[in-house]
Design a protein around this ligand. Structure first.
Ligand code: GAR
Length: 203
């Protein structure tokens, strides 16, 4: 069985990364994480280290432009020749040329039911909107902000008294399940990312 190689990019705690690492450790899972990257010293690196997976840190602040940062990130990630790059809580927009280079083998998890509540504050924005339910999505990254084709998504109810934290903590397990399902489906060919090649162009 051919195993899909995956790079995961994070900025924070990496709980979704952790779930993917746990899934990939199961016998027969058709994908494995080959490198974890971040734009800062992310807490989630600890998960990669526990699994003996290499990490690369390319601090956004060390570069004069987003394009320069992206070029260095690409250089360091491409060393591992991943079949797929997963943005799992990377809180930076990738420059367009990097999206072009990796898409359509570039996916993103998002804590809302896209196209509702895109952007950096999907959970907060759903709460502020006063809606009864939000959700989680996994998408192919395109040239926009959370505008790419949706690969999987599921609704999550908002309950009275929810804070941004409690709601996000209820969304994350759904995100993890969707992410693992999508990575598995890409690995087995059930999802054919090549069919999204044109759609990954800027909208
Ligand atoms: C996840 O909910 C992810 O979808 C979100 O950040 C969280 C990271 O959690 N990403 C975005 O909001 C991107 N716009 P984690 O570091 O614990 O996996």
């Amino acid at each position: 069985m051919r195993v899909l190689t995956v790079a995961v990019l994070i900025s924070g705690t990496g709980s979704n990364l952790r779930a993917l690492l746990d899934a990939a450790a199961e016998p027969g899972f058709p994908a494995r994480v080959v490198v974890v990257g971040a734009d800062r010293q992310a807490d989630g690196f600890a998960h990669a280290e526990e699994f003996g997976i290499p990490t690369v840190m390319v601090p956004f602040r060390d570069f004069e432009t987003r394009e320069h940062w992206g070029a260095e990130l690409r250089r360091q990630i491409d060393v591992w020749t991943p079949d797929l790059v997963v943005l799992s809580g990377l809180m930076r927009l990738l420059p367009a040329d990097l999206v072009d280079a990796w898409a359509p083998a570039l996916i993103n998890t998002h804590p809302a039911f896209l196209p509702e509540f895109p952007g950096a504050h999907g959970v907060r924005d759903a709460l502020a909107a006063g809606v009864a339910e939000t959700g989680a999505s996994v998408i192919v990254v395109d040239g926009g902000v959370d505008t790419g084709p949706i690969l999987a998504q599921e609704r999550v109810p908002i309950v009275p008294g929810d804070t941004e934290h409690t709601l996000h903590e209820r969304i994350k397990p759904v995100e993890r399940r969707l992410l693992i399902d999508v990575v598995r489906a890409i690995a087995t060919g059930e999802i054919d990312l090549a069919s999204y090649a044109a759609a990954s162009d800027a909208p």
